[in-house]
Design a protein around this ligand. Structure first.
Ligand code: CAA
Length: 387
């Protein structure tokens, strides 16, 4: 589908083509199997790393590609259009763990954790939610207690994307005491590694969509974490997570646009081939109107996303625009994939055709990294903050 509204530079077009070729050659042949069997393995990340796609926005001084947000999102959409599960791995790694260490980490932490993540040798994950703390993230209960030069961590983190494959886990836990609860300001972020004694991979979720990327619980049982693995300041972990989720939400918007675009492209082709009542169904206005609305919403979502990403690259605040982008793109993905199934009719409802997976993959984009309801809360709060 035409990118005409977004003027891409020559470099961006080259990266777009690289991502498209890679996705077609290396991901497309395996996507159905990963979806069916419920998980890809670590080699997917190794392949992304070969292209530099796991360190896209990290400066070259820390072994990344030093690209801007817009260029990263161009590549991410191409990956998502072919395999949305690989796209969430790429999105989480590039916008949450790597950006958090870049922004708030010490030089020693950047050397030890950021550089390997930027090179793609270490895969990053982000552990904020818990079984009882989803939208109300600040109510999380996992606890760290200082004991000499270590913190001792206990609790269960939930919904951790590719947590079972990760080499570095950015984990939010409480550092206030139960007697002196400080709300969001009682939360700190720690850099965990899977070799830490007491850190276990818990339940693997059997998901509706995004089945390639394994989603797991992380169980912390008396995990002794050296003090030097505290990221930034104690008590600032929630603020760091919220700031980083702004970038994350742009990534999920690009993922959703990739899914929606793919559903649109499949629908355009199918409507030209499929004949009913002696003519291709694209000749019926009922189908034309659907395709026109699908294309309009995808284009509008992308235009909003790139305006928000450009604002981020100029260093402007994007809290509201990131939420608007995610809200619009993810609801577009759900709506467009629903229309695609309708256009395909019975064939849209079976696994033999691609739109069935796109529909399942689209749903979670309205849920993770902040539900649509949370995005609306953030947008509305900013309206009052500005008035
Ligand atoms: N940037 C910087 N600071 C921020 C911020 C932002 N975007 N948002 C909040 N903060 C700060 C506030 O200023 C406040 O700081 P002070 O203590 O100095 O006042 C502090 O954080 C607490 O903020 P709130 O009072 O606004 O906190 P809240 O409890 O009302 O929560 C919320 C706000 C928007 C509802 C938030 O909880 C939220 O976004 N919830 C959704 C959680 C979410 O997105 N989870 C995603 C899970 S990760 C995931 O899905 C990844 C994956 O694997 C795919």
């Amino acid at each position: 589908m035409s990118w005409a509204l977004i003027p891409l530079s020559e470099e961006q077009r080259a990266i777009q083509q690289t991502a498209r070729d890679f996705a077609t050659a290396e991901l497309a042949p395996h996507s159905d199997r990963w979806d069916r069997d419920g998980g890809f393995d670590r080699t997917v990340a190794d392949k992304l790393a070969e292209l530099g796609f796991l360190g896209m926005m990290i400066p070259e001084a820390y072994d990344g590609l030093g690209l801007d947000t817009c260029t990263y999102l161009v590549a991410l959409e191409e990956i998502a259009a072919v395999d949305a599960s690989v796209a969430v791995l790429m999105s989480v790694h590039n916008s949450l763990p790597t950006q958090m260490v870049l922004r708030y980490g010490s030089e020693a932490q950047k050397e030890r954790f950021l550089k390997p993540m930027a090179r793609g040798e270490a895969l990053g994950a982000f552990a904020l939610s818990e079984p009882e703390a989803g939208s109300d993230a600040a109510s999380l209960q996992a606890q760290a207690v200082l004991d000499g030069d270590h913190y001792v961590l206990n609790g269960v983190k939930a919904w951790v994307s590719h947590g079972s494959l990760a080499d570095v886990i950015l984990c939010m836990v409480r550092t206030d005491t139960p007697a002196e609860r400080k709300g969001a300001r009682g939360i700190s972020t720690f850099l965990l590694t899977p070799d830490m004694k007491g850190l276990g991979i818990g339940k693997k979720e059997d998901k509706m969509g995004i089945r390639g990327d394994p989603t797991v619980q992380i169980v912390l049982e008396d995990v002794r974490v050296p003090k030097e693995n505290l990221l930034g300041e104690e008590g600032m972990g929630f603020v760091y997570a919220m700031q980083s989720l702004e970038s994350g939400r742009l990534g999920i918007a690009a993922q959703a646009i990739g899914i929606a675009r793919s559903a649109l492209e499949h629908s355009v082709r199918y409507a030209a081939e499929r004949k009913q009542f002696n003519k291709p169904i694209k000749e019926f206005q009922a189908i034309q109107f659907k395709l026109a609305d699908m294309a309009t919403r995808v284009t509008a979502s992308r235009a909003l996303l790139y305006a928000a990403a450009a604002a981020k690259d100029r260093g402007e605040p994007i809290t509201q625009f990131a939420s608007m982008s995610k809200l619009m793109a993810t609801e577009t993905a759900m709506w467009v994939t629903t229309q695609a199934i309708q256009i395909f009719g019975g064939y849209g409802y079976v696994k033999e055709y691609p739109v069935e997976r796109l529909f399942r993959d689209a749903k979670v984009t309205e849920i993770y990294e902040g539900t649509s309801e949370i995005q609306r809360i953030v947008i509305a709060r900013e309206l009052y903050a500005k008035s």
